[in-house]
Write a protein that binds this ligand. Structure first.
Ligand SMILES: C[S@@+](CC[C@H](N)C(=O)[O-])C[C@H]1O[C@@H](n2cnc3c(N)ncnc32)[C@H](O)[C@@H]1O
Length: 210
């Protein structure tokens, strides 16, 4: 096979996978399995939605208390914990215990002690109210069955004036457009403050009104 044919075949297989997953996800809750972590931790993701870039967009500072909602194995949690430092705290929430086990192993290997891992479904009402300066929701929204309830819970978990920084990346099978994110966020009581990137990979910063 020529290199061009290999590239075309790769693109077709990826497209079929994304479309198939998107269709299945309409019928059932299908959170990203650990077998697909290569979709998150690769050079393309690093370029368009790398952890340090997302932390800068959200204005994360030492001493802050931050929620990493749908943390996965900790792609963001580890740099977040390093940035907020010993005076700050990170609460990392995920639905799947397999993700939290991987996160725990990474935290131990980095000797980070300012992260609390919590197994919870976003929207189930388990987050502490009025606690966080910042919250992250990175390529998670489309995986949540009741998105409005999850966004309302995150808004209540922020301090007044606190910011949810939400990122979506195409072709994530659960990708949500900027318009639908905006509509949902406003229905959940957020105020849109800033947007970065293009439709292929964007971040919106959403504030809990004072
Ligand atoms: C695509 S991964 C993104 C992980 C991480 N945010 C990142 O950017 O590397 C989505 C994660 O959200 C979690 N998730 C999906 N639905 C959830 C829910 N309702 N409550 C909590 N976590 C959820 C999944 O288990 C998975 O680990």
């Amino acid at each position: 096979m020529t290199p061009l044919l290999i590239v075309i075949a790769g693109a077709v297989v990826t497209l079929a996978f994304v479309l198939g997953w998107r269709l299945l996800a309409r019928r059932a809750s299908l959170p990203c399995p650990t077998a697909c972590l290569w979709l998150l931790e690769n050079r393309m993701m690093e370029r368009v939605a790398g952890a340090e870039l997302l932390l800068d967009r959200a204005g994360v500072q030492p001493g802050m208390t931050v929620l990493d909602a749908g943390c996965g194995p900790g792609r963001l949690t580890i740099p977040l914990a390093a940035r907020v430092g010993p005076a700050g705290q990170v609460v990392a929430v995920d639905l799947q215990s397999a993700m939290l086990e991987r996160l725990q192993a990474r935290l131990e290997s980095h000797a980070l002690r300012n992260v609390r891992a919590l197994r919870a479904a976003l929207g189930a009402g388990l987050l502490p109210a009025g606690t966080f300066d910042r919250a992250f929701l990175v390529t998670v929204l489309g995986e949540i069955p009741d998105r409005l309830a999850a966004l309302r819970e995150i808004r209540a978990a922020l301090k007044p004036g606190g910011v949810l920084s939400l990122t979506e990346v195409f072709p994530d099978p659960h990708y949500q457009s900027r318009q639908s994110v905006r509509r949902l966020a406003e229905a959940a009581g957020f105020r849109m403050v800033e947007a970065f990137g293009s439709w292929r990979a964007f971040t919106v910063n959403l504030a809990r009104p004072e």
